[in-house]
Design a protein around this ligand. Structure first.
Ligand SMILES: Cc1cc2nc3c(=O)[nH]c(=O)nc-3n(C[C@H](O)[C@H](O)[C@H](O)COP(=O)(O)OP(=O)(O)OC[C@H]3O[C@@H](n4cnc5c(N)ncnc54)[C@H](O)[C@@H]3O)c2cc1C
Length: 847
């Protein structure tokens, strides 16, 4: 009889073995891993084995810290060595911009519990004497970096999993996956068919092919990657003998190089600019434990810099060049979680840094499979963060871009050019003709700001205020003083219909379902009472709702909606994507503009704040919300794409007497800061509760039932640990962006200052539970008490603004000289704005 497992993991690389271990540890011992060849036979066996905690996303960084903290535990449990070398590492800056970048990383580390330190090039040289420090201006030291033995580590995971009862079958390729009507998977292998409730795609180099077995085109691509090993070097041997320890790890941004000691010689790897995808369409099934031919020409430009920055390297003999493939998603982070649209098909692939991330991926996936929730904020690695637009060629272009920028700085105002334009709205060429600088939201081109001429229509990349500042300011002033128009296609739009629609939304959302013709704003919570969404819901009819949310979270939210649909077919949910286009007009004259285009009464009495109407606008059938994210009088107008140019042109004509001006996303975000409005992904994320996020007025506490109610009530009744605040900062040419630490002059630790995504030893206990991090950032009377989630300049109010989280006890303190925000290494005075700096009573949007 065919054996049925709780879960089958496909792939015995470091990731598959970690998933298997974590599933068994979570109590699912009836699990099987199937490997086509031997353990490590994909990209794992030839990895350089380096690991580090730093990652642009603090939530991903926390999981990397967990991964590293796991190795000693695995060794202890199994007796299998992971070959751990925890030597520490430096990132070397060769320019003031790169030093600014390191300053920001260091400042962020203050509230994450990291023990990084900004050091001089000479101090770095003392730990790595093979460098010529004259090429550098500064460095960031991180003690939690090192390298290990890839094979030993993979076998340690596998042994631990087996000790807990999991099984592993080698030399047995999976050929096919089919699903029975009851959801059971048939895993068809060379040795026969196995049945499983869940399948996990951890197929690494073949993840794309294992995706295709179920009709899925995962956005993942393998790249060739080279590192070289030198013969023993006298400089290395001398350092080891005199210092009694190993050389540290070094990242050299300028050379795109990572380097460290290996044996008595050196290992040097590069993320070369002339990078090369491997098997861009199909991965050959007969690819064994093979290396690819080295290509020194591709390495030459990086080596040239390397030889200058590390002069002894030029004299060293090259022992071996490793060239092997490994996989990336378009943004370089893994693809993890339940694949939207499928039942019990899980992704654990595109893990480009398996030895930094493999443990974290295993932990969150096992939590998700066994408990229904990843237990962490994993959006940065969620397989649902890409849409169907992430096609094979899109992925190819973006992965190449990401690879070649692995050690590049991403400036806060930098839009990456590869694969663009990808998705466009009917207004794209009109916007470009008006010198719009475009940005990319979830593959879709959106105007960011408008330049006065084609020559000026680009961003000068900077951590400081840049060339868009004055123009964004003029756009904001036009809206606040008269009227502006902007394209809002980059919102997610859903239609929920059916006799069960009202009950469905009532259970999913914290707020009450609106009456026909009305709008509500509402958070959505998970079962643990954490924020997993923030929506505008308009009731278009008794059984029809139009919902607006974050475009980038479309698949993430759709997956949740679909998981909670009643089984009786009484509710249908559809994401409209770019089937529906949007324009927003805002400002005191916006009503006059709308009135000129419609045949309906749109006076304040007839069309009130938070009303929804369907009406012809300039002769086009539109859906109109009387609400805008500017916090001013304004309207969101939604129409089918074929009408968008018509409506846009009519708005511009009707607005001409009022001096109407186009405005972009940057002006919109500036205006929402002036109103203290939070935004999804920044202020609102699954690590915060609704009271922490200051969203309680959108929670209908009297409702008898909604998902997360019990936990939210507990948060409210016990008092939140943290609280979202708005800050006014005395900035100096650079505004807060996100992740800056907030300092407070408080003699005693308020006791609640650990970031939910904090890391820094000790981080997790043996059960994988996050431990509070002792706070390292104290300076005299001052200590780091919180963090910024977003910031910018409020052009109408003339203030540098930010939002962030503070311990609840400090969140209402308005006394002067109490707070500072650290921006680019400088601590700037800041104060809490309890009321929005613009229109504190909300009279304007209601007028
Ligand atoms: C040159 C080089 C240097 C690197 N250096 C580092 C480094 O320093 N640090 C770091 O963290 N990472 C490094 N990496 C990346 C690291 O190797 C990967 O992150 C890691 O190996 C990914 O592991 P995986 O388990 O996802 O995939 P893989 O190792 O590719 O494992 C997938 C497994 O699935 C099996 N499989 C596939 N299809 C099937 C099927 N149909 N049936 C059964 N089994 C199947 C394969 O045989 C394979 O064993 C490097 C990679 C390369 C190439």
């Amino acid at each position: 009889m065919t054996q049925t497992y709780r879960a089958i993991v496909i792939g015995g690389g470091v990731v598959g073995c970690s998933v298997l271990y974590h599933l068994a540890k979570a109590g699912w011992t009836d699990v099987l891993l199937i490997e086509r060849a031997e353990l490590t036979a994909g990209s794992t066996w030839h990895a350089a084995g380096g690991f580090h905690t730093l990652n642009g996303d603090p939530n991903v960084a926390a999981l990397q810290a967990y991964t590293i903290s796991l190795y000693e535990e695995l060794e202890k449990m199994t007796g299998q060595s992971c070959g751990l070398h925890l030597v520490g590492g430096v990132q070397m800056a060769d320019s003031p911009e790169r030093l600014d970048f390191l300053r920001m990383a260091h400042a962020r580390g203050r509230y994450l519990g990291m023990e990084t330190e900004l050091i001089t090039p000479s101090e770095a040289k003392a730990m790595f004497p093979l460098m010529d420090e004259s090429h550098f201006v500064g460095a960031l030291w991180d003690p939690v970096e090192g390298h290990l033995d890839p094979s030993g580590t993979t076998h340690a995971y596998a042994k631990a999993a087996r000790m807990l009862g999991a099984q592993i079958e080698l030399r047995n390729p999976v050929h096919e996956l089919t699903q029975d009507p009851d959801g059971t998977w048939n895993v068809v292998t060379q040795n026969g068919t196995y049945r499983a409730e869940h399948v996990v795609n951890a197929a690494g180099l073949w993840a794309r092919e294992v995706g295709r077995m179920v009709g899925l085109e995962l956005p993942v691509l393998a790249m060739e990657h080279m590192y070289l090993l030198t013969e023993p070097m006298p400089e290395v041997i001398e350092f080891n003998e005199t210092m009694g320890r190993e050389l540290i790890h070094v990242i050299d941004f300028k050379g795109e190089i990572y380097t460290r000691q290996e044996g008595k010689g050196i290992l040097l790897g590069t993320y070369e600019q002339a990078c090369k995808p491997w098997s861009p369409v199909n991965t050959p099934w007969d690819f064994g434990q093979d290396l690819l031919p080295p290509d020194l020409d591709r390495l030459a430009p990086s080596l040239e810099v390397g030889f200058r920055h590390f002069p002894p390297y030029e004299r060293a003999g090259i022992k071996q060049i490793i060239n092997g493939p490994f996989t990336f998603a378009p943004d370089g982070n893994p693809l993890v979680g339940p694949v939207p649209g499928l039942t019990n098909y899980w992704s654990a692939c595109a893990v480009m840094a398996g030895f930094s991330q493999g443990g974290g991926v295993g932990l969150v996936l096992a939590n998700w499979m066994t408990e229904g929730d990843p237990g962490h904020d994993v959006f940065g690695m969620d397989v649902a963060r890409f849409g169907d637009w992430a096609t094979l060629r899109y992925t190819n272009a973006k992965v190449r871009e990401n690879y070649s920028r692995r050690f590049s700085i991403r400036f806060p105002n930098e839009e990456l050019p590869a694969a663009r334009p990808h998705l466009t709205t009917p207004l794209y060429d009109l916007m470009r003709a008006q010198h719009a600088v475009m940005g990319d939201t979830w593959g879709l081109e959106t105007p960011l700001w408008f330049a006065p001429s084609a020559e000026e229509a680009h961003d000068i990349h900077s951590f400081h205020r840049s060339n868009d500042f004055a123009h964004v300011g003029a756009e904001v002033r036009a809206v606040r003083e008269s009227v502006g128009v902007t394209e809002i296609a980059n919102f997610a739009k859903y239609v929920v219909t059916g006799p069960g629609a009202e009950a469905f939304l009532d259970r999913l959302m914290t707020n009450r379902v609106p009456k026909p013709g009305r709008i509500v704003l509402t958070p959505m919570l998970n079962h643990a009472g954490k924020l997993i969404g923030d929506f505008t819901i308009a009731r278009a009819g008794p059984e029809r709702f139009q919902i607006l949310g974050s475009l980038a979270a479309t698949k993430y939210h759709l997956r949740w909606f679909e998981q909670h649909l009643p089984k009786d077919g009484s509710v249908q949910v559809r994401a409209l994507g770019i089937e529906l286009m949007g324009l927003s007009i805002a400002g005191p004259k916006s009503r006059e503009v709308l009135a000129a285009l419609v045949d309906e009464d749109v006076s304040n009495d007839a069309f009130r704040f938070m009303d929804y109407r369907e009406m012809d606008v300039a002769g086009a059938p539109c859906r109109v919300n009387r609400i805008t994210y500017t916090g001013d009088l304004g309207y969101e107008i939604w129409m089918p794409p074929e009408y968008q140019r018509r409506v846009y042109t009519a708005i511009k004509d009707a607005g001409a007497p009022h001096g109407i001006r186009d405005f972009g996303m940057r002006a919109l975000l500036s205006m929402r800061l002036e109103k203290n409005f939070p935004t999804w992904f920044a202020e609102l994320r699954p690590i915060y509760g609704p009271v922490e996020g200051a969203m309680e007025r959108f929670v209908a506490w009297q409702k008898p039932d909604f998902i997360g109610r019990e936990a939210a009530l507990q948060e409210r009744d016990q008092g939140p640990r943290l609280r979202r605040v708005s800050l006014i900062i005395e900035a100096d040419g650079a505004d807060a962006i996100a992740d800056e630490p907030i300092w407070a002059r408080v003699p005693d630790d308020p006791g609640t200052v650990t970031a939910p995504h904090s890391y820094g030893p000790p981080r997790f206990d043996a059960a994988g539970t996050r431990q509070p991090t002792p706070h390292p950032s104290v300076s005299g009377d001052w200590r780091v008490v919180g963090w910024v989630t977003s910031g910018g300049y409020g052009h109408h109010v003339g203030l540098s603004l930010a939002q962030g989280y503070l311990p609840a006890a400090l969140a209402t303190r308005t006394d002067p000289d109490l707070f500072e925000v650290e921006i680019l290494g400088h601590r700037r005075p800041a104060r809490i704005a309890l009321d929005p700096p613009f229109d504190p009573t909300g009279a304007k949007m209601r007028s």
